[in-house]
Design a protein around this ligand. Structure first.
Ligand SMILES: [Zn+2]
Length: 214
């Protein structure tokens, strides 16, 4: 029912995987990504739990990237092995070179293997909506035409909706696909003070909604 359809090696010889549900008749195609930032591993736990389920009868096709930044995760750091914040490395119109700090977006847009992995997915599939799982702010942030979806996810999780995170994010995935491609994208910020098991209990409903109802 679910297959690995893409696997790419990172600089530190870890592997990024793309899983795809194999349902032939489906309505929308939804991309779910976790661990853009290596020190936010909670989303991978939730995705991996979801991948264990019997997803027969789902309405939509689901694509999962359980861990986009395995090199950063191995080091417990936000950035990838090159010290680059992947959520600032997308080739958006407002991309610009920044100082070398923790949000450093690289010396060129799409310079990183991990960023190109995501761009290729967008080139190979017609994505109708995306969910990107982060931590630790406990909010449902959105870009593009995703306000209604954000309200629904807020109802399911109890996390408040926040349309604007409060600071500019040039080169972010939300900018790239939400603002510039008009694809609804939710950046789900999990709370930091809950265990993986507690987060799974709450957030499974979000994935179920995207699989069976959206
Ligand atoms: Zn993050």
């Amino acid at each position: 029912m679910i297959k690995i359809v893409k696997a790419v090696k990172t600089l530190k010889n870890n592997t990024i995987f793309l899983f795809e549900t194999q349902n032939i008749n489906f309505d929308k195609t939804i991309l779910i990504t976790a661990v853009f930032h290596g020190e936010e591993p909670q989303g991978e736990y939730i995705v991996n739990e979801y991948l264990k389920l019997d997803l027969n009868g789902i309405k939509n096709k689901l694509l999962f990237v359980p861990c986009l930044n395995p090199d950063g995760k191995a080091r417990g750091q936000r950035q990838n092995a090159n010290g680059i914040d992947l959520n600032r490395n997308f080739p958006t119109k407002n991309w610009c070179i920044s100082n070398r700090h923790e949000y450093f977006g690289g010396i060129a847009p799409a310079s990183e293997i991990e960023t190109r992995f995501m761009i290729e997915i967008l080139e190979n599939y017609k994505i109708d909506a995306a969910l990107s799982i982060h931590a630790p702010f406990k909010v449902v942030n959105y870009d593009g035409p995703a306000e209604q979806l954000a309200e629904k996810i807020s109802q399911l999780t109890g996390y408040p909706v926040k349309g604007d995170i409060g600071y500019p994010t040039p080169g972010s995935f939300g900018n790239y696909i939400g603002v510039e491609r008009n694809i609804p994208i939710i950046t789900l910020e999990l709370p930091e003070d809950e265990s993986n098991e507690e987060l799974w209990l709450v957030n499974r409903s979000v994935l179920d909604y995207l699989a069976y109802e959206y």
